[in-house]
Design a binder for this molecule. Structure first.
Ligand code: HEC
Length: 408
């Protein structure tokens, strides 16, 4: 019973995290859309700085924007605050880190083939790494460099690429993706609490002097633009946790900066289109080139490719049959009654006990254990490259092996 309680609780947190994230992203895009729409209309209300008209949800909406407190405004308590999805996204994000990554460090965060260190050190590196990256990011925008947008974008990008490489020296591919996803996710969601919320409170408290200076307004606009460049990547990183080809190859850490570029140029295309009506071609050229590089890197970095460089042509006979490999490296977790402590049900419903089971799951096994090294998690059962290649040959049928029954 307890097992079911925990499994469902973790799933509930995932559910809330996804919902809060979707609502947050919706509000984020909507605010940008309103601000852009305001460029099209002139404000007609006294004191207003902008006005936007829209039609949706069975009605015509007129949104008026003020940069100061208005006399006819309802009380602060009655104002609709758009901060709850932010709060819930951050809280449930950290809860998921604890429930999934920090409670099973050796499965999700570390990899015995990458670096061996105690769980508490891995957790400390993860937590302090995420917080330190946020402090560095926020500090960067407070240095004189903030006046040069191109330089600041370049520094951000270089820092994130370096960070991705750094984490790949200590964490598994999946752990590195999680670290980078959490870092970027926190950049964009905490921005509101660190920068916007204090300014809004000032605006409400001091109607005469609470308005940000024109330089500060420019700064806010730049920050919103940069966050907007990152949001597509954050969504990619969260979904990629369930996509082993992205997170568990040799070059996964390079894939992260490439995805950042893809996310940014696509957002830049839509920003330009909505602001000026211009349809830029270069963002799509860059996005397609980067996407092809991602696919190429994921193939080049696949376990099968890496291992085959060492093994193809070897005359050494394989000692174990593919079936034995699965039974000795996978079945302790992927069983109807798993023997692995902490795994109570076959993970994701994948059971690998009999030949029939293995045949049934063959295409999935190829993805997680031959084309990537996602399984066994953190290579906790010590599968070798040779065994992966042998599995691949057995599953995909590169040889005339008698066992080569799958995919035919
Ligand atoms: C230590 C326990 C453990 C071992 C050993 C293990 N797995 Fe897994 N496996 C898991 C867990 C946990 C998940 C669920 C991962 C998740 O939710 O992202 C999983 C998920 C999977 C999935 C489903 C992937 C998906 O995205 O739905 C497949 C297929 C799989 N494992 C195959 C294997 C193979 C093949 C091996 C042996 C080479 C193996 N596993 C070894 C724990 C294990």
């Amino acid at each position: 019973m307890e097992v079911f309680f925990w499994e469902w609780s973790t799933y509930a947190v995932r559910w809330i995290h996804a919902i809060a994230g979707i609502v947050w992203l919706g509000f984020f895009f909507h605010t940008r859309e309103l601000d852009r729409a305001m460029l099209r209309y002139s404000a007609t209300q006294p004191n207003a700085v902008g006005e936007a008209w829209s039609i949706r949800g069975f009605g015509i909406y007129r949104t008026v924007k003020y940069l100061s407190k208005q006399d006819d405004m309802p009380s602060e308590k009655l104002l609709v605050w758009y901060k709850w999805p932010n709060i819930f996204t951050i809280i449930t994000g950290f809860l998921l880190l604890i429930l999934i990554y920090y409670s099973q460090v050796e499965l999700y965060l570390t990899d015995v083939n990458v670096y061996v260190f105690p769980a508490w050190q891995a957790i400390s590196l993860s937590v302090f790494g995420i917080l330190l990256a946020l402090i560095i990011h926020e500090s960067l925008y407070r240095t004189p460099l903030k006046r040069n947008e191109k330089i600041i974008l370049l520094i951000n990008f270089t820092f994130l690429t370096g960070l991705s490489f750094f984490y790949s020296l200590f964490f598994s591919g999946r752990g590195t993706f999680m670290q980078m996803g959490a870092t970027l996710g926190l950049y964009v969601t905490s921005y509101f609490f660190i920068n916007i919320l204090p300014s809004l409170h000032k605006l409400l408290k001091d109607p005469a002097n609470g308005q940000p200076s024109p330089e500060k307004m420019q700064w806010f606009l730049m920050r919103a633009r940069h966050n907007n460049y990152l949001v597509l990547t954050v969504v990619f990183m969260m979904l990629a946790m369930h996509f082993p080809l992205a997170h568990s190859g040799h070059y996964s850490w390079v894939i992260i900066p490439l995805i950042i570029v893809i996310g940014a140029v696509i957002r830049h295309y839509f920003d330009t289109l909505h602001e000026t009506g211009k349809r830029l071609v270069w963002p799509w050229t860059v996005a397609v080139c980067m996407a092809l590089s991602v696919i190429f890197l994921s193939a080049l970095g696949s376990v099968a490719h890496q291992a085959s460089r060492n093994i193809v042509g070897s005359t050494q006979p394989f000692s174990l049959s593919a079936e034995t490999i699965l039974l000795s490296r996978c079945s302790m977790c992927h069983a109807r009654n798993p023997a692995w402590v902490g795994i109570n049900l076959p993970p994701n419903g994948v059971v690998l006990e009999t030949k029939d089971d293995m045949e049934h799951w063959a295409p999935e096994i190829v993805k997680v254990a031959v084309l990537s090294n996602a399984m066994p998690p953190g290579n906790i059962t010590g599968i070798t490259q040779e065994e992966r290649v042998q599995l691949g040959q057995w599953l995909i049928g590169n040889t005339s092996n008698e066992e080569n029954i799958l995919f035919e």
